[in-house]
Design a protein around this ligand. Structure first.
Ligand code: ATP
Length: 237
């Protein structure tokens, strides 16, 4: 279809000072889609997420949301436009309770969505039981749930999840990923950054692979051979 993408990244170059981490990256996300980005350590996945959210400035290229250029906007404005991130490492506010962490996400709240404290507690019931505990007293998986819930509290159009399975046990990863279809059903479009290729293929409508700051592969999971993924992930030897 030639339906206009919700989020469109074209020929994006970005980095840290003189160091370039992204070289002409293209990516699009259609409304209602879940897209996964895979790639080895240092491929540039996190930098791409930071560029979308306005934390890392783009050197050239464009990021468009609903056709409008957003790459010059400061990060808080990007959040208000409806792009929220679950950052790598969760980054909870350690002195605050679970509920206070969630409410902070609600400060950037957009009026038109379904997410609020009750909806987050419905998605992750264990967080309701632990609502008064400090975020840091929770298990890694529960902390990840708080980080996801905090991002949802802004009612995002686009939810960016950076390595939400990192360091968690398989059974916990399963619980976390069980939330993704429910979030999708709420109307959000989703990008997950994932080092676990199997997990990415399971959850995503489409998959991108990055290597050394470039996109090396794009396609629907059912159309991607193991060999093509291997070459895109590690390079052709
Ligand atoms: P990871 O899975 O380790 O997060 P990644 O694919 O997300 O990997 P990035 O974190 O985007 O990769 O890193 C891309 C490149 O940018 C790497 O070479 C990394 O060393 C570099 N880099 C990342 N963050 C910074 C920073 N704050 N300052 C300077 N260089 C950075």
């Amino acid at each position: 279809t030639d339906e206009k993408p919700l989020l469109e990244i074209s020929c994006l170059t970005a980095g840290y000072g003189d160091f370039k981490a992204l070289f002409g990256v293209d990516l699009h996300l259609r409304a209602g889609e879940t897209v996964a980005i895979i790639g080895a350590n240092g491929a540039g996945k996190t930098t791409l997420m930071r560029a979308i959210t306005g934390i890392v400035r783009t050197a050239s290229g464009a990021i468009r949301l609903d056709g409008e250029k957003i790459d010059m906007l400061p990060a808080p404005e990007v959040l208000l436009r409806g792009i929220a991130m679950v950052p790598e490492g969760r980054r909870l506010f350690p002195s605050l309770s679970v509920e206070e962490n969630l409410l902070i996400g609600g400060h950037a709240r957009r009026g038109d969505g379904r997410w609020n404290l009750n909806a987050v507690y419905e998605l992750f019931p264990v967080l309701k039981e632990r609502r008064s505990d400090p975020g840091t007293a929770l298990s890694g998986g529960q902390q990840q749930m708080v980080a996801i819930g905090r991002a949802l509290m802004s009612n995002p159009h686009v939810l960016l999840c950076d390595e939400i399975s990192l360091g968690l046990a398989p059974v916990v990863i399963r619980d976390i990923y069980a939330a993704i279809p429910k979030i999708k059903a709420s109307g959000a479009s989703i990008i997950v950054v994932e080092q676990d290729i199997g997990q990415a293929l399971k959850i995503a409508d489409r998959v991108y692979c990055m290597m050394e700051g470039r996109m090396t592969l794009e396609g629907r999971p059912e159309n991607l051979s193991r060999e093509a993924i291997h070459d895109a992930y590690f390079g052709v030897s």
